[in-house]
Design a binder for this molecule. Sequence first.
Ligand code: PLP
Length: 386
Amino acid sequence: MVDRVYLDWNATAPPSPEAVEAVARAMREEWGNASSLHEEGRRASAAAEGARQILADWTRSRAIEWILTSGGTESIHAAVLGCARARGGRRRLVISAGEHSCTLGVARILEEEGWEVVRVGLRADGTWDPDEVLEACDPSTTALASLIWANNETGAVSDAPAVATELRRRRVPLHLDAVQCFGRIPVDLSSLPAAMVSLSAHKFGAPKGIGALFVRQGTPWTRWMQGGNQERSRRGGTVNGPGAAGMAIAATLASRWDWTEALQARDELERLILASIPRARIVAADAARLPNTSCVVVPGADSATLLDRLDARGFAVASGSACTTGIAEPSHVLVAMGIPDHEAHATLRISMGPTTRREDLRRFLPVLVQETSLVRSRSTNSFPPQ
Ligand code: PLP
């Protein structure tokens, strides 16, 4: 493949050679079933326990509070359904309009069962308002709140600590979808009093199909998935030992990621985009943001066409969330922020990694400028130049 530049880290991070080797080694040497009571089983179980301890050390929590899962989607289902099932009597779930589609989906499951789901809106900067969340979380009726901490599409980071502290005081369990946070911003569960936190390891360099859910001791929670008694009877399903081995090394490496240079490179890219592409705008520019994400509106340029053309020239970017790409609906996150449909259809997400080089972005810029102008000139609904 000729010198491609990968700028879609929020969809998935490229695996590090160390993670690839750890998975291969686990498949060669620790391939047993972690539940088996023999040497092969013990070796697989040790790999899983090692990964659990690394997550605990990284987040200043306890290993026993981490349940290994198949990734973000499962962790979020386990958090929401597991807590909902344990909260007899209260039948309100509070979420935001900016949740990942898997949270919106699990909320619909509860709604179909007669639950009340309150969807707190997004502000123009892409964050949810802590006061609005707290207003919706009446402790006599609310079973739990499930909120996205850092948005995968815009990078906007909402004020999770503010709601976590108050909801703990009210004894309303809070689940945070922190899938985009690990490796990008600090997640310290000794000072952040969230009841549950979801993690997906392919977002920081492990293979797909492994993740984890943190459930703080004392949280009302029951298993939602039946089957075997893996994960101390909190989950059914054979533990993904090789995935856990990959997650362990990927987490170790991601805990040391330094964003200083990548952040400077991203800020330079944004300045140059604004200076070189007429009417371009950075989404969530006024919010606290992940260091790696630029969500750019280029009015008049259809982002699906632009994405294809950039891809053909060696640059991988996204338009909206990877999970919804392919559906010609405007992103629900952008719409919730008040961005009109035609602009939402002209939005690119550029997401970088700690190894993204300034030269990569400097090569990307002129191609983006050229292709935007070409797509705009061919677009039937292109805006007149201003
Ligand atoms: N939550 C957020 C914020 C995400 O970005 C994603 C993945 O795109 C998920 C949840 C789902 O994670 P997974 O792909 O591991 O199921």
